[in-house]
Design a protein around this ligand. Sequence first.
Ligand code: HAM
Length: 429
Amino acid sequence: MEIAPVKGTHDVVGQEAAEARYIEMVLSSVAELYGYREIIPPTLEYTDVFARGTGSSSDVVRKEMYTFLDKNGRSVTLRPEFTAGVARAVVSGKLYATSEAPIKLYYHGPAFRYERPQLGRYRQFSQFGVECLGSDAAEVDAETILLAMQAFQMLGFKDLHLKVNTIGDAKTREGYRAALKAYFGAHIDEMCDDCHERLRLNPMRILDCKVEADRKIAANAPKIEGYLSAESEKRYYRTLSLLNDFGIGYEKDEALVRGLDYYSEIVFEIHAKGPSGADYGALGGGGHYDGLIEQFGGPKMAGVGFAVGLERIQSLMKEEKLLEEVPSGIDLYVMPVGEGALEEAFRLTEAVRLLGYSAETPFAALKMGSLFKKAEKRGAKFALILGDDEISKGVAQLKNLKTKEQKEIKLDDLEATLDEAFGEEGHAE
Ligand code: HAM
């Protein structure tokens, strides 16, 4: 009986995998431009990492985690996001003591959330993100947003929508939560069950509710602006003025509170719509946080970061035709003409690979038409054609499959000839 993939997961094969790798590669190199180094944290953490770090009032922790007991009876969780795990790693590895601050780390890999699968929403998805820890400057918040915008630009996106908000410092949030509690308390009977729970745990979460009737009620809720402490306000406008200096456009969105508990001060999200108008949800989001490292037993250390959803980016890039140039085929298809050339073609294919060019050859004599069809299916850039005649003269025919140009090459000069041919065309991978 056929076994289907787990609901909300998918296989990424061939060209799609090449595109996914390309996106990760571009994002990683932009992070490196900003001085970030890679961290590869485990996929599995003790549940406490997320319960404490990501936060018990977030939907992610309350409803969406893949949590189970290991064989020793300890509760473990497949990471629903990276930030809490990275903070845990900084404390476990005492990076705060051994690395020069700020500690700048980037990461990518799978994350898991038990959500209802739909367009742009999966149960296993991939994130790329950065965390900068150990500097409290508003400039670092601005630099992180610049990095995010630069990364999207490097991928070729033109029409991005950056939303920003501040949720203020702890003092701000205390006052604001009390105001929201009073406001939503008066409307709670008309609101969804989840909002009842949110009102109890953290009324700011209600601003994030997706239920249409609740959104209408939330639209008239008190705005945070009136509750901001003087320090939070100053810090927010400092970051915004830096974004202005760099020509980064943004929309201030007071309903933006983000779904995770660790944030403090500025938060942001990046949205984009493709030509089809399909809404994949936010491409990425992040913000500033203060208490995370301390929560794991480290020193008081501010942080800021963001993560993007790689599947959403890939879908949108596909729509915008930004992935057409990602190569997937092989460099050369070696074509034996007739039975007598099979063995020499096999040898030549291996020699080509050792020169650093990807190559394949069939292991059976085929008609020329079939050979070219196979080369096309493999996405080969060049064909290297070898018959009895060529073998006796120590040559082969090198055919550029795009321009159809063909020339005879000496097998003794194979390396130099291929370097020259691919110097003009570039490698496949
Ligand atoms: P987040 O907004 O929960 O933030 O996730 C970041 C991005 O991951 C989203 O904008 C979205 O593109 C993608 N994503 C989330 N859930 C799914 C899903 N079920 N399917 C597909 N894509 C999804 C965080 O995770 C924070 N850790 C970001 C951060 C880093 N904040 C500070 N540092």
